[in-house]
Write a protein of this length. Structure first.
Lengths: 357, 189
């Protein structure tokens, strides 16, 4: 008995007429508050799996996940690959540097070639905003945005939300599942630094705001996006010192020098003087306030060495939760009956819904 | 199947309409007590016994069974719960429930596991549970206790301890809780 949607004779390549009908995670906006909550809840189950002697379940046996990274990455790529392997999926790792893209093959031809081999999900990172959405229009497989240009990085936002929820649950001494999402209501979050170039900031703001958090952006004018229209933030500040004592979470963004952020500030040292979380500034934070960073950290620029290693800094916990969150995303996209058609195609058996197996 | 699972299970989920009360609450208690005696008799005591309830219907029964065993033999019996959602061969049909927590109290290597579920039907849940248990260590033995065996097995699975053998029709539904066993139907909402 198979629950995968039967592959039509298109060799995995989508006919242009049905563009965009797959099950994808391209933007936090696609999920909405309900979708975010579902991911966080399923993540609880995978956090437990990670604690087992054998942290692997057979849920996605026989599925194939391709990681297509056209941009450098350590944690996101390893995190997705670990997640897929812990779900027993097969992982194909696509390194652009050693691929035919270098011979001049277009992204579309490359993606369609890989898709024709029978792939269930593409995990796409690309320097151009919208590239994963474009890939989703070309193939039948599910597409997960693992960071596209300045646009979005939805799984990062999900793991950040999960980490906040987990820490708050531990403090209240109750299991994560009991605490639910209500802790986000009125949670005060400062997102500090290079907002303009940060896909993490975009996804993070959308996710945290959807769950009810109040967000303050703290950045020099040159590192804010030209327009904040449509950004669900409650305040914008240029004075980190005055914001720090009022927040529950201080989320630092990496100064994206590879995207030219260095030319938007007079010097790295001046940036640190105004917007870096130095040891002195960390002292301004309220008791129990969290320090978060999506990594990789520029130690000494946006975060001081000593601050990065404080107990209130949950950077490594963010990384650990990343695997469980990505397992949840892969499971929800690939492990479920796809839609009405697929459910109809599945032989549920006469006894389905009539008592425990 | 517990009501909350049934409610959420697409596409044939629906409302459980009770028809006949088959076992009263005290009958369920008596069955648990009898099963506890059988466990002690068969295993000559409770050495290395770990009771594990299957989410969600088996969990309250497992906790009750462990309590009875502890009172009977005056020894501590570890109790755990197991959600087999990720091991099923019909993934996607059953929802992943937030409240269906997996919590195994100890290393299972060398232990005698009593697996507890409410209803034994096709045997597929038990198959998934055996695979899941193997990931927690090599148990010395696994025995299966169920409150109701309703027949219609699709896999070679048999229970070691049964509360009640109850022939059913395929389209019927059995609802088991500490408040009794009820036979009924699921009506689409």
């Amino acid at each position: 008995m198979s629950f995968r949607t039967p592959r039509p004779e298109t060799h995995g390549i989508k006919a242009p007429a049905v563009a965009g009908s797959g099950r994808n995670l391209l933007s936090i906006a696609d999920l909405g508050a309900e979708g975010i909550e579902e991911v966080l809840r399923v993540t609880d189950a995978f956090v437990e799996v990670a604690r087992r002697p054998i942290p692997k379940v057979p849920a996605l046996r026989g599925r194939t996940v391709v990681t297509l990274f056209a941009e450098e990455s350590t944690r996101t790529r390893f995190s997705f690959e670990t997640a897929a392997k812990r779900l027993s999926a097969d992982v194909l790792s696509f390194a652009v540097a050693s691929s035919s893209l270098k011979k001049g093959e277009s992204l579309r031809d490359t993606v369609e070639t890989v898709a024709a081999m029978g792939v269930d999900a593409f995990v796409v990172r690309h320097p151009s905003a919208g590239a994963p959405a474009q890939v989703a229009r070309w193939v039948d497989a599910s597409v997960i945005n693992a960071g596209d240009g300045w646009h979005e990085h939805p799984t990062q936002a999900l793991l950040d939300c999960y980490t906040i929820r987990q820490v708050l649950a531990e403090r209240s001494g109750r299991p994560v599942a009991d605490v639910g999402m209500k802790n986000f209501g009125g949670l005060r979050v400062a997102i500090v630094g290079d907002v303009a170039h940060s896909r993490v900031a975009r996804s993070g703001v959308l996710a945290l705001a959807a769950l009810g958090a109040e967000i303050t952006l703290v950045a020099p004018g040159s590192l804010l996006p030209p327009s904040l229209e449509g950004w669900p933030v409650s305040a914008v500040s240029h004075d980190l010192d005055s914001v720090l004592p009022t927040v529950d979470v201080c989320y630092l963004l990496r100064l994206q020098t590879e995207r030219g952020a260095g030319s938007f500030v007079p010097s790295l040292r001046e940036y640190t003087a105004g917007y870096g979380l130095t040891v002195r500034r960390a002292g301004l934070l309220a008791e129990g306030a969290l320090v978060m960073h999506p990594g990789p950290m520029n130690r000494g620029v946006e975060i001081a060495d000593e601050v990065a290693d404080l107990p209130r800094s949950v950077v490594l916990r963010q990384v650990a939760n990343g695997v469980a969150v990505r397992m949840a995303v892969l499971f929800l996209l690939l492990g479920q009956v796809v839609d009405g058609d697929a459910a109809g195609a599945v032989d549920l058996g006469p006894g389905f819904g009539a008592g425990d197996g | 199947m517990a009501e909350r699972e049934r409610r959420l299970t697409p596409p044939r989920g629906g409302v459980f309409v009770p028809r006949v009360q088959v076992l009263a609450p005290e009958d369920v208690q008596r069955a648990i007590t009898r099963i506890a005696h059988e466990i002690v008799e068969r295993n000559r005591g409770l050495d290395d016994v770990v009771v594990i309830g299957l989410q969600t219907g088996g969990v309250p029964l497992a906790f009750r069974l462990a309590q009875v065993l502890e009172e009977m033999e005056a020894t501590a019996v570890p109790v755990g719960m197991l959600d087999v959602a990720f091991y099923r061969d019909d993934i996607g049909i059953r929802p992943v429930l937030a409240e269906a927590i997996t919590s195994i109290p100890c290393d299972l290597a060398g232990q005698l596991v009593i697996l507890v579920d409410d209803v034994l039907f096709t045997g597929r849940t038990v198959r998934a549970a055996l695979n899941a248990l193997a990931d927690y260590g090599r148990a010395r033995a696994v025995q299966l206790a169920v409150m109701v065996d309703r027949g219609h097995r699709e896999l070679p699975v048999r229970p070691d301890y049964v509360g009640k053998n109850m022939p059913t029709r395929l389209d019927e539904q059995v609802d088991v809780s500490l408040d009794g066993v009820v036979l009924g139907d699921v009506v689409p909402r």
